[in-house]
Design a protein around this ligand. Structure first.
Ligand code: PXP
Length: 238
């Protein structure tokens, strides 16, 4: 059965809009777990635009499920991860100007740095996932740098329409198969919502879906418990 990792970054986005303490992503994470989340994901960005160091520390101490820390492959972030020791680190590319993560990591180009960082994270007992586009060369490079998992970037599929979307779905299908053949665990995420996730679920083979914006958006209207339950039912029923 596929699992659902709930990304609570945008609870923190609302908090940061006023710079106070409400709403607290740590409380939201506990509520998401009660509603059926299999894991909690947060992205500690270098500019700290939403999730703060304090959130990551508290989540580590309070979560009942697993903590997946998304972060850039930098010495600063690796040092934080080695202190916090999340269950998973997902390494993502990061640009200061972007609204959200744009595109997967170029594992081929950055293999030396990634290899060094993955080795350090492994020494701390952390399982490492790489956020990559559904591209065979990036998958092969992920095994060479000794990643445990890949997270397939589903953003291009989610943004595409009609025939283009079918073509993007085929790329995801091939990447899931190739990743498993290479011995990698396969997760997926970015841009998935209650509608566009269905064809991806039908492919099978993905261990965990990391979903944030669509769940938090629905939660604003129907409540977090219901929003998580509805996505959890979709993912588990796949
Ligand atoms: N996976 C990764 C690696 C991401 O960077 C993000 C966005 O933070 C997500 C999943 C979740 O994307 P969304 O918020 O669009 O569901």
């Amino acid at each position: 059965m596929a699992k659902l990792g709930v990304n609570v970054d945008h609870i923190a986005t609302i908090r940061q809009a006023r710079g106070g303490t409400d709403p607290d992503p740590v409380t939201a994470a506990a509520m998401a777990e009660l509603a059926g989340a299999d894991g909690i994901t947060v992205h500690l960005r270098e500019d700290r635009r939403h999730i703060q160091d304090r959130d990551v520390m508290l989540l580590r101490r309070t979560l009942q499920t697993h903590l997946n820390l998304e972060m850039a492959s930098t010495d600063e972030m690796v040092a934080i991860a080695m202190k916090v020791v999340p269950d998973y680190v997902t390494l993502v590319p990061e640009k200061r100007q972007e609204l959200t993560t744009e595109g997967g990591l170029d594992v081929v180009k950055h293999k030396d740095k990634l290899s060094r960082h993955i080795d350090l994270l492994h020494q701390a007992g952390i399982t490492v996932s790489l956020f990559v586009d559904p591209d065979l060369e990036q998958l092969k490079a992920s095994t060479r740098v000794k990643a445990d998992f890949i997270e397939i970037h589903t953003g291009s599929y989610c943004d595409a329409k009609g025939k283009d979307q079918v073509a993007e779905l085929t790329k995801i299908e091939e990447a899931v198969k190739a990743g498993k053949k290479l011995g990698l665990g396969v997760n997926a995420g970015h841009g998935l919502n209650y509608h566009n996730i269905r064809p991806v679920l039908a492919l099978g083979g993905v261990e965990e879906y990391n979903i944030g914006h669509s769940i938090i958006s629905r939660a604003v209207l129907v409540g977090l418990d219901r929003a998580v339950r509805e996505m959890s039912e979709l993912v588990r029923g796949s």
